[in-house]
Design a protein around this ligand. Structure first.
Ligand code: CTP
Ligand code: MG
Length: 216
């Protein structure tokens, strides 16, 4: 709320009162800021799947092998190049974000004061995202959903689950301090609610660019 010109404060309070609420403006702004912050900090988790579409191709992660059930372990949609390109893109973007927020002197929108710790957290966010995506494909193959076919729910949240599987046990303190503590949990819940919309938007962009065969 700091720095908001008083005339805008008055205007927004008036709008809220007109809507019949008496919610303190501060709390709404803090909540929106918490959501924006959660999205910002989770960019290194959100981007790898799209980057994998750009960088992907070549040797599949499962080297073409099948399970005893006769179906591929992961399928041709999961490649080493996609895995490496996705993970590195997320990490590089994260470091650029840290540079921006350090230059702007906003340490609360960076990961950790220690740069090696930051790199490690970025790795968990980005690799975890790709790991979750592979976990999703593994499950899809086991229930005989073909490569590229829809799996509602799994397609939207597999990368988040993958990241959480790694970050919660390995960097619990970071997760707690940045995604749960104080008002930050509001940001995290907001992010979870927004993920399907962001996922859809990214896939439509990938489809329009001719990088994805299907818009999901
Ligand atoms: N991709 C890749 N390597 C990865 C992840 C993705 O090469 N580790 C590329 C592939 O070209 C893939 C595309 O990104 O086709 C889209 O990814 P995704 O939708 O996750 O894969 P699908 O082809 O839909 O396969 P699946 O059914 O296994 O999800
Ligand atoms: Mg897919």
């Amino acid at each position: 709320m700091l720095g908001m010109p008083p005339q805008y404060m008055k205007l927004s309070n008036t709008i809220i009162n007109l809507l019949g609420h008496h919610a303190p403006m501060d709390e709404i702004v803090d909540g929106v800021l918490a959501i924006l912050r959660a999205i910002w900090l989770m960019v290194p988790m959100l981007i790898p799947n799209s980057a994998a579409v750009l960088f992907g191709g070549g040797t599949p992660v499962d080297f073409g092998r099948k399970m005893k059930d006769g179906t591929r372990i992961l399928g041709d949609g999961k490649t080493w190049r996609g895995l490496a390109g996705g993970t590195l893109s997320g990490m590089v973007l994260g470091l650029i974000q840290v540079g921006i927020m350090t230059a702007l002197d906003v340490p609360s929108w960076t990961y950790d004061p220690c740069i090696l710790c930051t790199v490690f957290i970025l790795f968990l966010l980005a690799f975890g995202s790709m790991f979750g995506d592979m976990l999703g494909s593994f499950l899809k193959r086991r229930i005989k959903i073909a490569r590229g076919a829809k799996a509602p729910g799994l397609d939207q949240y597999d990368f988040l689950i993958g990241t959480l599987i790694l970050i919660i046990p390995i960097e619990w303190a970071w997760f707690y301090e940045n995604m749960i503590d104080g008002i930050y949990w509001v940001g995290f819940i907001g992010l979870i609610i927004l993920i399907p919309f962001m996922h859809r938007a990214m896939n439509i962009i990938g489809f329009k660019m001719g990088k994805k065969d299907v818009p999901w």
